[in-house]
Write a protein that binds this ligand. Structure first.
Ligand code: AMP
Length: 390
């Protein structure tokens, strides 16, 4: 018998980060016969609750990184903002997928956009901002309104401010940390979509269909699978995601967030080399979810196709109000509930999600979707309308 390909059963996968993405990755790893060991500074983290082991420590703590690496056979991430020195240390100790080079690109908006534009992938128009003079210059070239963003450590709308008039410049520049910054022209978008692609050690890749995302207070609220966009735009979005994964020589999972502009152009907003909130629907609607594909890719196992057997809507449970509906959600027929094990439902905190499945090709309109979400429908303004795309 030939040797089995990839990581052997019972091996230990190290996951950097203790959040829900790590939790759902660990659950998928367990189904494939692996153990997970988590690195996180947080006691009782969502990921550690379902894993075989945990190293409690800061992501920049060299002793913690060494201890973590000593427990594991391969390392992956659910949290990307590990310092360059930390990444190099981990890579010197154990195989790391995706590679530190990929993380360095995705950690920094300016490096990311330079990389994307360099491989011929369109983004919003942007310019680097290091001081007030470069901000003034960038604003006069890109026009107003425009969005000023930190290059690092931005997520869920944090680290960015809209500039409407010149009167906004000084306060916005002073407030946003860490510097440097980028200024982006405002995209007139019809909708926001994402594509999740998995790519294996042999360079083979598979991408889920494009999905459509709606946000509330800068936080992902709902995902519609598939995106309600013309087929040629959906195909272009998948092609872009695979092209980016190939150019990165990715091993693992990559989420590519994109705008579909009102004129039909597809522009990449940002990339994340890890499981993504907009892929949670795949747990319930696909033979192999984004988490299954993530684990298979980093373990060097064969990659099944990223197909789905149902259409789906995913709604996040954010903050105390939506989380308080948990008992009613459990009692609502057709809703598939997921809770992340977090002790406290602070405002803006992602506590869980629900998925509702529909027949393949049968994603209904906004009113039927609202009805299908039961008690959550009233919580939501149903940002579900999708203006026609030219
Ligand atoms: P980000 O942190 O870059 O993912 O941005 C968060 C959200 O802000 C996006 O999902 C968009 O809704 C909006 N946004 C960010 N950049 C732009 C842009 N250049 N034009 C229009 N909307 C944007």
């Amino acid at each position: 018998m030939s040797a089995p390909r990839g990581l052997a059963p019972n091996a230990t996968i190290g996951i950097v980060g203790g959040g829900q993405l790590g939790r759902m990755s660990a659950l998928a790893a367990a189904r494939l016969g692996y153990r997970c060991h988590i690195l996180t500074p947080e006691p009782d983290s969502p990921a550690a609750q379902v894993s075989a082991g945990v190293t409690l420590g800061a992501f920049e703590d060299q002793a913690a990184l060494r201890a973590f690496a000593s427990h594991v056979d391969v390392i992956t991430f659910e949290f990307e903002n590990v310092s360059a020195e930390g990444l190099d240390l981990l890579a010197a100790l154990k195989p790391v997928h995706p590679s530190p080079a990929v993380l360095r690109i995705s950690q920094d908006r300016a490096i990311e956009k330079t990389f994307l534009n360099g491989i011929g992938v369109a983004t919003a128009p942007w310019l680097a901002v290091t001081d007030m003079a470069s901000l003034n210059q960038a604003a006069s070239r890109l026009g107003l309104p425009a969005i000023l963003k930190t290059t690092r450590l931005g997520y869920d709308g944090k680290g960015q401010t809209m500039l409407r008039t010149e009167a906004d410049f000084a306060a916005a520049f002073a407030e946003l940390e860490p510097k440097p910054l980028v200024l982006e022209g405002l995209v007139d978008f019809a909708c926001e979509i994402s594509v999740i692609v998995a790519r294996g050690t042999d360079g083979g890749s598979t991408a889920f269909d494009a999905v459509e995302n709606s946000h509330r207070d800068h936080i992902l609220d709902m995902t519609f699978a598939p995106a309600r966009i013309p087929a040629d735009i959906a195909a272009e979005a998948r092609d872009i995601a695979r092209k980016v994964a190939d150019a990165l020589d990715l091993v693992g999972l990559l989420a590519v967030e994109m705008f579909v502009a009102a004129d039909g152009r597809v522009l990449v907003n940002e990339i994340a080399p890890r499981p993504h909130n907009s892929g949670h629907w795949s747990i319930d609607a696909c033979p192999a979810s984004q988490f299954d594909l993530h684990i298979r890719a980093i373990a060097g196992l064969p990659l099944p196709q990223a197909t789905r057997h149902a259409d789906a809507v995913m709604k996040n449970l954010v903050g105390p109000e939506e989380t308080a509906l948990w008992p009613e959600l459990l009692a609502t027929p057709g809703l598939i509930p997921h809770l992340y094990g977090k002790a406290e439902a602070r405002p803006g905190r992602k506590m869980g999600h629900v998925t509702r499945l529909f027949a393949l090709g049968g994603l209904p309109g906004p009113f039927a979707i609202a009805a299908a979400l039961g008690p959550l429908a009233a919580q939501d303004e149903m940002a579900a309308s999708n203006p026609a795309i030219a």
